[in-house]
Design a protein around this ligand. Structure first.
Ligand code: AMP
Ligand code: ZN
Length: 113
């Protein structure tokens, strides 16, 4: 089975625009951006989705959110605003089965409903 692309990027085996990495997660620029700022905040460990998150990994989700906020600050979009998105499963259009948080900003984003 081919290795997960995000695991491979996290281990620096596949090149990507790596903006940040710590013990728990890393941040890359999305290869197919949907907004001027489109980052992905990704756990180092392979967690397939929220559905497979273990109870002792709740703090990991908090860390992903605080990292997303810090990266938005670095990208200069905290004042203008940004959106955090998790595509969970088929109906939401999840393509990569490794949990990740999209950080979108730099333009007026379409309303959700
Ligand atoms: P999702 O549809 O929520 O699973 O999002 C997966 C995202 O990963 C998409 O927005 C892709 O453009 C992005 N993506 C896939 N492969 C790469 C890669 N090698 N480097 C950066 N972003 C990627
Ligand atoms: Zn993975």
């Amino acid at each position: 089975m081919a290795e997960c692309i995000f695991c491979s990027i996290g281990k620096r085996q596949t090149p990507a625009q790596m903006l940040f990495q710590d013990d728990l997660c890393f941040v890359i620029r999305d290869i197919n951006p949907a907004a001027p700022i489109h980052l992905l905040v990704i756990p180092n460990q392979h967690v397939t989705s929220l559905a497979n998150l273990k109870s002792d990994q709740e703090s990991l989700v908090g860390h992903l959110f605080s990292t997303a906020h810090e990266m938005a600050r670095r990208e200069g979009v905290t004042d203008t605003g940004f959106r955090l998105v998790v595509n969970q499963g088929r109906n939401a259009g999840q393509h990569v089965d490794h949990l990740h948080l999209h950080v979108l900003g730099g333009k007026r984003l379409p309303a959700l409903g």
